[in-house]
Structures are given as C-alpha cells and as structure tokens.
Design a binder for this molecule. Structure first.
Ligand SMILES: O=C(O)C(=O)C[C@H](O)[C@H](O)CO
Length: 334
C-alpha cells in the first residue's frame, strides 16, 4: 500500500490533571501530539499506511515518542534524531466560560532546528501518494520552512496529492520571515486546501465574510491565485462556551458547494487536535469516498475527537461512519 506522508514536530503536552490550573495542582499528565502527527495517527487509525517525518531528541524521551508512534504502526524510518530536546507545551484545560491556555517551549527544540540536509526526501517519499503539511512547520524557523519546501517540491514532481492546512498562529513566526509570503509560496505546491475564510482572507488580502456566498467567492479567488488548488474544505465552529461547541463543514470543489448539518458537542472532553481530526477525516474521505462523503466524514471525525483526552483521535473508520449514520446518543455497546 502506498504511503500518506506527514511532516512536522512531535511535541509533549504537559497539563494539570482535570480542569485544574498549574497553581492548584502538583499532579500533571502528559500526552504526545503535534499537529501533523495528530493527522498521521488518525489516518493510521482509519487503516492508512502512514509515514511521519520529523526530528526528535536523541534521548529516552525521544525514544518514548518514537515508541508511541510505533504503537500506531506509523513508519518512523525517516525520522532523524538530534541532540536538541523534544518540544514541550503546557496546557491548562478550561471549562464552561473559562478558556484553555497554552504556552509553548519549542524555540530550540529538535524539530525547530531541522535543516534541509537532515532529510533524504528521495528516500522518504519513495513510496508516497499523499503529503500533508500545516502552517505550523514553516512558522517555526527558516530551516523547517526550507526543509518542508524541498519535500513539497519533490512530492509534486512525483505527482503526489498535497493537502495544506495553513493554520496561521500569530504567536509563532518569530524568526523574521513574512507569514503571507511563505505560506503563499508553499500553497503553490498544494492541491487540497483545508482552511476557512480567515485563512483565505489572510492569503488573498481580502475581507470575505463567513457567509456561504462569500466562502464560495473566496474559494474561487483562491483557485485563481493558486491554480494548483482543486478543492477547499472548511470547518465552522460555533462556541457556546469552552465545554459546548457546534461544528459543521462545507466545501467548494470547483464545481459545487456542499455543507453538512451541524453536530452538537455538548460536553467537550478535549478540543485539542480536533482540527487535525477534521483534516485526517477529509484526507481519508478523499482517498476512499467522494467529495461529499469526505466532507461528512471529516466533520464526524472532528466531532468524535472532542470525546478523547489527549491530542490524538483514537476513533477508527467504523466509529466515524457510525456518527455519520446518525448514532450520536452514545448508547452503550454490549
Ligand atoms: O503542533 C502544535 O503546535 C501543537 O500545539 C500541538 C497540538 O497537538 C496541536 O496544536 C493540535 O492541533
């Protein structure tokens, strides 16, 4: 089976247990995560053959991270190891009207210091069919930006499908390059855009609203500016409070507009990684179903991720299809 390639940082999340603040607690729990890794693990849980490429610390914490990836049968053969530490982030999980808070400790991490000569892209992509990247990787450093660019160029040369989740995080991008310029360059090597009106406005310098009409116009304008983009998938989140969200998805594939119904997530267990679950659902859907079902599958995958603690979506294909079929009451399985 040909491989889906994900490339990005593996991070450790450290968080007080439950919804406590650090000052309330001395008991913490940890999880492994990282945007692109979350996508990779979710795709493996759906049955995909996934290779994750990264740079990970050459110490026992890095060994543990690699073992975690192996637990999901990810191909870790193109991961490089370095003397720099694994990136860490601290999370306080909010509840109801109290928002969650994140602080990153990743500026000199193993992945932040990656440079193009560390990855043998020819070898890494030899069995690849799909490449997924996000805007986090080029936001970290010039080295991670250039390494990604090399991988994308080769992926397109080999005719692979490339999905882009441009995720713009203003708190990153500290190394002096212009986010809009860099992301525009990288999107030219991408075919599927997983992002919404905000991201499109950022790239196009426009002010489209959230209406469906504006979403279609923004998607058309995006495809004119970046002719390699064939499909746009967007997720709309309505936040009642930290513990209660509603989500739905919509798409423009150059020919038709479709949207899902809204799924009501009344008791969020953990919302970190839900966007990655959406991206993985879209990729799995496009590889196995039609565009419409891919959008529905992405939305259902995003919804069920809210029920698992940690960054990763543990749902398999059957779990997601069951949500799609309307089984949302959580009835006990015996
Ligand atoms: O990858 C990152 O930057 C993270 O913050 C780790 C999380 O797993 C990620 O944000 C979830 O989307």
């Amino acid at each position: 089976m040909k491989q889906i390639i994900t490339f990005g940082e593996v991070l450790m999340r450290i968080s007080p247990i439950g919804n406590k603040k650090f000052i309330q607690s001395n008991a913490v729990e940890f999880y492994f995560g990282g945007t692109e890794l979350n996508v990779g693990i979710s795709l493996a849980n759906f049955g995909g053959n996934v290779k994750h490429i990264s740079s990970i610390s050459d110490d026992f914490i890095g060994d543990t991270a690699v073992s975690y990836l192996n637990k999901f049968d990810l191909d870790t053969s193109s991961i490089v190891r370095s003397s720099r530490p694994l990136g860490v982030y601290f999370l306080e999980v909010g509840a109801v009207m109290r928002p969650s808070s994140i602080s990153y400790n990743r500026s000199h991490s193993s992945f932040s210091e990656i440079v193009p000569s560390m990855v043998n892209w020819e070898k890494a992509l030899e069995n690849g069919k799909w490449f997924h990247w996000t805007g986090i990787t080029p936001a970290l450093n010039n080295g991670s930006h250039q390494t990604l660019l090399e991988g994308l160029k080769l992926a397109r040369k080999k005719g692979m499908t490339v999905s882009a989740d441009p995720t713009y995080r203003s708190g990153l991008w500290k190394y002096g390059e212009d986010a809009k310029e860099v992301l525009s360059e990288l999107i030219n090597y991408s075919t599927v855009f997983i992002g919404g009106v905000n991201e499109m406005n950022e790239l196009l310098g426009t002010t489209y609203s959230y209406s469906n009409e504006d979403f279609i116009e923004a998607s058309k304008a995006l495809m004119v500016k970046f002719p390699s983009i064939e499909k746009v998938f967007d997720k709309i989140r309505t936040s009642i409070n930290s513990s209660w969200h509603k989500i739905k998805a919509r798409m423009w594939n150059g020919l038709e507009f479709k949207e899902t119904t809204e799924l009501d997530i009344t008791h969020i267990v953990d919302r970190i990684g839900t966007g990655d679950a959406f991206a993985a659902g879209i990729i799995h859907g496009l590889l196995n179903f039609n565009d419409d079902k891919a959008m529905e599958f992405g939305n259902a995958a995003c919804a069920i991720k809210h029920t698992y603690s940690g960054d990763v979506n543990y749902a398999n294909e059957k779990d997601v299809l069951s949500i799609l079929e309307g089984n949302v009451t959580g009835r006990l399985n015996r």
